[in-house]
Design a protein around this ligand. Structure first.
Ligand code: NDP
Length: 332
């Protein structure tokens, strides 16, 4: 069987372009003992992949030029030489941007389909982005009902989950996003104040107006000016949950730090970063709480789906210009 895959052609400097990726065809071997053949249905497209395009030490190894990009995918077992998996089983893999692959069954997670929930939700709200949102907010943000949460990247996969989890926990939620359509969606799912950061003028004035008494938690997906505004608006003992800083992922020079960082002292602010895998052990609690809210209609999600493996680079590049509402996916 043949499969196509997306490889890293060269390491981008600045914003990635189509020239940094190549589409290649490969002939798959027959699965050996303990191995399975999987055909992917959906591939996840994630901002953290940009970090893996740099050749530098990090919490995950860099992508190799000429090799396929690795990332989350949901697929169906076509052929199995392992008793743990059967044809038709739905599996989650981290083997990435390929239409199909052969791998040891032990490298895959068998998924239990949930009635009414599409398979690709395991790459979004019920997957890595959902766990990131839930764990970051509940474990690091330490929310208390009645507090005010500010979340940037509010209409993205992680941000939209954070905003709604915040509402379900009794918080007032202020969220930013890059278009009026994204803000309208956020308002429709209960966000108290949705700010279009591209058209609002002064972001500081807009957040101050939305949260006149200040913010207790900032869930950072963006960094840069958003982080400065959060520090400025933080109440004493605020928690800054440092999840990501997408505004800086393509920077060619070290970006300046928050100019008002000194305020973390006087306001006794706690600023803590995290990587979602540190909370893998909380998966059962996450699925129970978030799954419950989904079943009760108290948590919604959007997805932006590009068609076919050849569209994957465009989907990835689009993350940096806000081309997605909700989770960015490629259907295979
Ligand atoms: P999103 O679905 O949020 O997609 C990225 C969004 O970021 C875009 O749609 C765009 O929306 C916004 N954006 C892009 N560039 C800028 C910019 N310069 N300024 C402001 N907003 C920008 O992605 P995810 O939900 O998958 O990820 C969100 C964040 O969480 C990222 O920073 C990611 O790296 C991080 N993350 C961290 C994890 C961890 O373990 N710590 C795990 C998973 C994700 P808009 O139209 O609003 O600009």
């Amino acid at each position: 069987m043949d499969s196509r895959e997306i490889r890293l052609k060269s390491r981008p400097v600045g914003v990635p372009g189509p020239e940094h990726f190549e589409l290649a065809s490969v002939a798959l071997p027959a699965p050996g003992p303990g191995e399975v053949l999987v055909r992917n249905r959906f591939m996840s497209v994630d901002p953290y992949m940009r970090g893996r395009m740099y050749d530098r030490p990090s919490y995950v190894p860099p992508f190799q030029v000429g090799r396929p990009l690795e990332g989350g995918a949901v697929g169906e077992v076509v052929q199995s030489n392992d008793p743990s998996l059967s044809p038709g089983d739905l599996v989650l893999s981290m083997l990435g941007w390929r239409e199909a692959f052969v791998a040891p069954a032990s490298a895959l997670t068998r998924l239990q389909a949930i009635p009414g929930v599409p398979d690709q939700a395991f790459l979004g709200i019920l997957g890595m982005p959902g766990l990131t949102a839930w764990a970051g907010l509940t474990q690091i943000g330490e929310p208390k009902a009645g507090e005010t949460l500010f979340v940037s990247g509010g209409a993205g996969a992680v941000g939209s989950a954070v905003a709604q989890i915040g509402k379900n926990l009794g918080l007032t939620v202020v969220a930013t996003a890059g278009s009026d359509a994204k803000c309208a969606w956020l308002t429709s799912v209960g966000v108290d104040h949705a700010i279009n950061y591209r058209s609002c003028g002064s972001l500081l004035d807009a957040v101050r107006a939305a949260a006149p008494k200040g913010i207790d938690i900032y869930f950072d997906n963006v960094g840069g000016e958003h982080l400065e505004v959060a520090i400025e608006c933080a109440r004493p003992f605020a928690r800054l949950v440092e999840c990501g800083m997408i505004s800086q992922y393509n920077a060619t020079e070290p970006p300046p730090g928050p100019r008002n960082i000194i305020m973390v002292v006087g306001k006794s602010i706690r600023m803590q970063g995290f990587i979602v895998t540190q909370f893998a052990h909380l998966q059962p609690q996450f699925l129970a709480q978030v799954g419950g809210w989904i079943a009760e209609g108290r948590l919604k999600w959007e997805e932006t789906v590009k068609e076919g493996i050849a569209a994957a680079p465009e989907a990835f590049i689009g993350l940096f210009s806000g081309a997605n509402m909700g989770k960015m996916l490629v259907r295979l």
